[in-house]
Structures are given as structure tokens and as C-alpha cells.
Write a protein that binds this ligand. Structure first.
Ligand code: CP
Ligand code: NVA
Length: 362
């Protein structure tokens, strides 16, 4: 798999910038750095896993691996870039990994706590977008409504990232499949099982699993199925990648022979009032030792967190040696950085890089 040429250029550029900082008179600064800069392209968004071509997902994972291995080489790459985050729902991992990731790349973040009122309650998304694009380089949204993220992307001339909507959580699913690639290598050979609610996580994991060509088994209660729109998208991707998709209602069938078993909250944010009613329906979907026994020996246990111990997963499973929940959480940081570089990298202009390199040296 070839890494996208403009990303190779970015990776090379970081080496040259590092050299420039230590040897500012080196000829590389005058000649090679400008030549390596990728040409600006139209801004792109990450609203859904579907926004990335299957091959691009693997390229993003290559970039993530480099960022994870050599974080210092990318320091300052996004200096001068500014990111705003509007969150209508709480967050630990997503907020902090975006903030820490942007900080380590040299950019700045503004966090707007939007939990008291919806993003478009005070003024229209159209007006908000046309304000933000005048000041800010990238917009990150966590919303109740997926349509809000889509609308912001439609109006905004700067990239928009979905940091969780009721329909998808693409950044998490990318970190999860990157984690699986670290453990298993070739993702086409794995059997990935998800049991639980047909929610945002299930949707993004299904699309990601289809994109990487995995065997994906998903079991939800009949009353809480996957979105038919997402399912149609996933089937179309699977035709291209030769992924196998199995959509079931029996958690035992889904998990049988799996390399990884994933679950998520039974009542997602926004559905807390239904928690009791859902608990009764979801009880057979609990990931416990008996269910894990049906998977392959040493199958991984995965969860996006926060976990509701004793509900969707037992302590015994989440605390077992095969649980990779904290690897997933760690990889949120690395994938977030890769997403930011991916979406902002091609907008790095020559004067800005020169200025950043000089100020970093000063
Ligand atoms: N997994 C995840 O998105 O966690 P937060 O809700 O804490 O961001
Ligand atoms: N499905 C969960 C994911 C949390 C990261 C929710 O939306 O609350």
C-alpha cells in the first residue's frame, strides 16, 4: 500500500523542518522545503467513515503509525492552525485527545461547552459557519443531530470533523481498527464482532470493517437495529473490498470464532431516560466470560468507553489480559493527530511554514 504522495511530502517536510531548526542556514530551507509542500486542495470533512475511500483509511493508518512512533518529528507541523470544538454532549477521550493532539502539533484549540443549549439555538448554522470560517482553520462538532454536522460542513469552507453524532463516531472507529491492525496486521483476515445497540458506534464500526475488508458480525436486539441507510452504504463498500457482513440478532452467533468482541453502552448519551427499559432487553447481549468463551481463544475485548461495568460488560472481561480498551483510548490521540494532519496538511502555505520554522527557531 502506497502512502498518499502529499502525505509523504508532509512526512519528509517535517524532517526538513527539524533540520532547518537546528541548521537554519542549511540549503534545504531555501530549496527543498517549498518544493515539498503539497498543493492546496478543496477542504474535506470527516463526517462519516464513508468520507474516506477504503485505501485512504489504510493510508491514514500509515500516517498514524508514523505519528505514534515519532511524535517529536511532527512538532510544530500545524503551528498557527486554530481549531474550535463545540460539544453538545460530555466527553473525556475525544475532547482531550483532540486538544492534546493539536497542542503537540503546534496548533491551538478553543473549546466551547455547548451542553447547555443546542448549537443552532441562538443563531442559524449558516451564520455560525460563515463566522467560524473567517477566524478558524478547522471545526470539530459533537452533536445530538447528525444533520447539524452535515449542515455545518455544507456551509463551511473549512474542514468539519464529526466528534460523535447520534449516527456515527468515525474518529473512534478509526482508532479501533488501527488498534486491531497493531494486534493482528492484515485486517482482511480478522473476524470482528460487535454486540449491543445499533447505535453510532455500531454504524461507524460496520463501515470501517467493510472498508478494510474484514469479516464483520453485528448482533443487536430486533428493537434496536442498525440504520438501513448505513447498512446499504456498508454493503456497497463490502462489494468493493470483499468484506463479509453478517447482521444478526443472536450475540452468540455473532461472537462465535471472532478475533475481537466489541460492545458499547446500552443507552447512549441522549437516551439515558430509557436505561432501565433497555437494560432488560439488552441483558442477553452482555459481554461476559461465557460469551467470550465462544470467540477465538485470546480474542480481544474492545469498548470505546465510557463502560458501564456490570451492564454491557463484566469487570472480569474488561479487566482481562485480552482487553485492549486502554490501547484504543491511547490510539484516539494518534489517530486524532493523523486526522488533523490529513485535513489541514494540504492547506499549509509556503509563507506560513517559513514563518513557523523561523519562529520555532527563534
Ligand atoms: N469514546 C469516546 O468518545 O469517549 P468520550 O465520550 O469520553 O469522548
Ligand atoms: N454510543 C455512545 C458512545 C460514547 C463514546 C454514545 O453515543 O453515548
Amino acid at each position: 500500500m502506497q502512502i498518499r504522495p502529499d502525505l509523504v511530502a508532509l512526512m519528509d517536510l517535517t524532517k526538513d523542518l527539524a533540520e532547518y531548526r537546528t541548521k537554519p542556514n542549511a540549503s534545504v530551507a531555501k530549496t527543498k522545503v517549498p518544493a515539498l509542500l503539497p498543493q492546496p486542495v478543496a477542504p474535506r470533512d470527516l463526517i462519516s467513515i464513508h468520507d474516506l475511500e477504503p485505501a485512504e483509511i489504510l493510508q491514514l493508518f500509515d500516517l498514524t503509525a508514523v505519528l505514534k512512533r515519532k511524535p517529536a518529528s511532527f512538532r510544530g507541523l500545524l503551528a498557527g492552525k486554530q481549531m474550535v470544538m463545540f460539544f453538545e454532549k460530555p466527553s473525556l477521550r475525544t475532547r482531550l485527545t483532540f486538544e492534546a493532539g493539536m497542542d503537540s502539533l503546534g496548533g491551538s484549540t478553543f473549546f466551547v461547552d455547548q451542553t447547555a443549549s443546542r448549537l443552532n439555538a441562538r443563531e442559524s448554522l449558516y451564520d455560525i459557519a460563515h463566522n467560524l470560517e473567517r477566524w478558524i482553520d478547522i471545526i470539530v462538532l459533537r452533536t445530538f443531530s447528525h444533520a447539524v454536522v452535515e449542515e455545518m460542513a455544507t456551509y463551511s469552507s473549512v474542514p468539519v470533523i464529526n466528534a460523535l453524532s447520534e449516527l456515527e463516531h468515525p474518529c473512534q472507529a478509526l482508532a479501533d481498527f488501527f488498534t486491531l491492525q497493531e494486534h493482528y496486521g492484515d485486517l482482511k483476515r480478522i473476524h470482528f464482532a460487535y454486540v449491543g445497540d445499533g447505535n453510532n458506534m455500531a454504524h461507524s464500526l460496520l463501515l470501517a470493517g467493510a472498508s478494510v475488508g474484514a469479516k464483520v458480525s453485528i448482533a443487536t436486539p430486533e428493537r434496536y437495529p442498525l440504520s438501513p441507510v448505513i447498512l446499504t452504504m456498508a454493503k456497497a463498500i463490502a462489494e468493493e473490498t470483499k468484506a463479509t457482513l453478517r447482521i444478526l440478532n443472536d450475540p452468540r452467533k455473532a461472537v462465535a470464532g471472532a478475533d475481537a468482541v466489541y460492545t458499547d453502552a446500552w443507552a447512549s448519551m441522549g437516551h439515558e431516560a430509557e436505561a432501565e427499559e433497555r437494560a432488560a432487553i439488552f441483558a442477553p447481549f452482555q459481554v461476559n466470560a461465557a460469551l467470550m468463551q465462544l470467540a477465538k481463544p485470546n480474542a480481544l475485548f474492545m469498548h470505546c468507553l465510557p463502560a458501564h461495568r456490570g451492564q454491557e460488560v463484566t469487570d472480569q472481561v474488561i479487566d482481562s489480559v485480552n482487553s485492549v480498551v486502554f490501547d484504543q483510548a491511547e490510539n484516539r490521540l494518534h489517530i486524532q493527530k493523523a486526522i488533523l494532519v490529513w485535513l489541514l496538511g494540504s492547506s499549509l502555505s509556503r509563507p506560513q511554514i517559513g514563518l513557523n520554522a523561523r519562529s520555532a527557531h527563534a
